[in-house]
Design a protein around this ligand. Structure first.
Ligand code: PHE
Length: 348
């Protein structure tokens, strides 16, 4: 038998066997036998060089054609087996393709994130820019530069989580920021007035956890510095915010407060939405709910970042975020926000 006859015989045998195959495992044996490295076809291809020149061309082309034919027959068989299997599933009722699929879980934004976005929107519409800052902070930015030197009593009101206290220089000590105010300094170091920013982010306090305290929570800081900014701008801006966020007819109350980095300092409250100012459990029977601290940026703070307080003035404010959805939705325990309980989170 010459080489070409052998090919014809091989083809008949291979395709004949393939036609009888009815499962994937047998198909793999067939592949190894007829198309594998040690198959008759591969051996024939490798030993073409031993043939006389005349035969080499014919036999070579024939062998290759057969290889291509066997390969495509293999693919067709694979497809046919797959379809047959699917069909048998359906016919035996093992698979009902008309059943609905599994629901694809769709995520959502955390309620605190939603509130931050809402507040950002209100302030950006008034020309504020949203910036963020580091949560691990130097003592210098968190305290020193904000007029809170080492022995200042204001430090006691912010139980601090220290990262590293060993260094000799106070300015090189590291902590988890206790408020978002350090970004006032960082931003004014880089950008000179006119400037308007809001800074949302996480802050940390070394506090025992209960229904209204948690060691990680969120604040949003505001800062506006320009020529001629005064207390009326502060009140107007925050009043507008309160109206847009809490509703048209909200009453706003400003009272004196003290923060070392503002002068004068104020605290802002809105009238309680539940009792309309009459006094109830939510507002501690005062009729008012305090929502933020604010004030005119202290001249010493401006000087520290090379802004001349004789030319420029500014206001700053800072508010806790979690309290706001708690008031709005009547959530009584702050820990619910961070318990990762989907039954709670899915409600927002
Ligand atoms: N950083 C202050 C706090 O955490 C709030 C504040 C910000 C007060 C800006 C005045 C101005 O209590």
């Amino acid at each position: 038998m010459d080489a070409l006859e052998q090919l014809v015989e091989l083809r008949v045998r291979a395709l004949g066997e393939l036609a009888n195959i009815d499962d994937v495992r047998k198909l793999e044996f067939w592949r190894i036998c007829y198309l594998g490295k040690k198959s008759q076809l591969s051996v024939a291809l490798r030993s073409l060089g031993e043939l006389p020149l005349d035969d080499r061309k014919n036999v070579g082309a024939g062998t290759n054609r057969l290889r291509v034919e066997l390969e495509s027959s293999l693919e067709q068989k694979k497809q046919a087996l797959h379809e047959a299997k699917l069909l048998s599933f359906i016919q035996n009722d093992d698979l009902d393709v008309s059943l609905p699929g599994y629901p694809f879980p769709v995520g959502r934004l955390h309620p605190v994130t939603q509130i931050i976005y809402e507040i950002n929107d209100i302030f950006t519409s008034m020309g504020f820019q949203v910036v963020e800052g580091p949560e691990v902070e130097w003592d210098y930015y968190n305290f020193e530069a904000l007029n809170i030197p080492k022995e200042h009593p204001a430090r006691d009101s912010m139980a601090t989580l220290w990262i590293d206290r060993e260094k000799d220089s106070v300015q090189r000590q590291m902590l988890l920021r206790t408020h978002t105010s350090p970004m006032q300094i960082r931003f004014m170091e880089r950008v000179k007035p006119p400037l308007r920013i809001v800074v949302p982010g996480k802050v940390y306090r070394y506090e025992a956890t209960d229904a209204t305290h948690i060691s990680m929570f969120h604040q949003i800081e505001g800062l506006a510095v320009d020529r001629g900014i005064n207390m009326a701008d502060l009140k107007g801006t925050l009043y507008e915010f309160a109206r847009r966020f809490f509703g048209e007819n909200r009453k706003v109350r400003f009272r004196c407060d003290y923060f070392p980095f503002v002068e004068p300092g104020v605290e802002m409250a809105i009238d309680c939405a539940v009792c309309k100012g009459k006094g109830c459990r939510l507002c501690g029977s005062s009729g008012w709910i305090e929502i933020l601290g604010a004030g005119m940026v202290h001249p010493e703070v401006l000087k520290r970042v090379d802004i001349d307080p004789e030319i420029y003035t500014g206001f700053a404010f800072g508010m806790g975020i979690e309290r706001i959805p708690m008031l709005r939705y009547g959530i009584s325990d702050i820990r619910l926000f961070y318990g990762s309980d989907l039954r709670f989170l899915r409600q927002f």
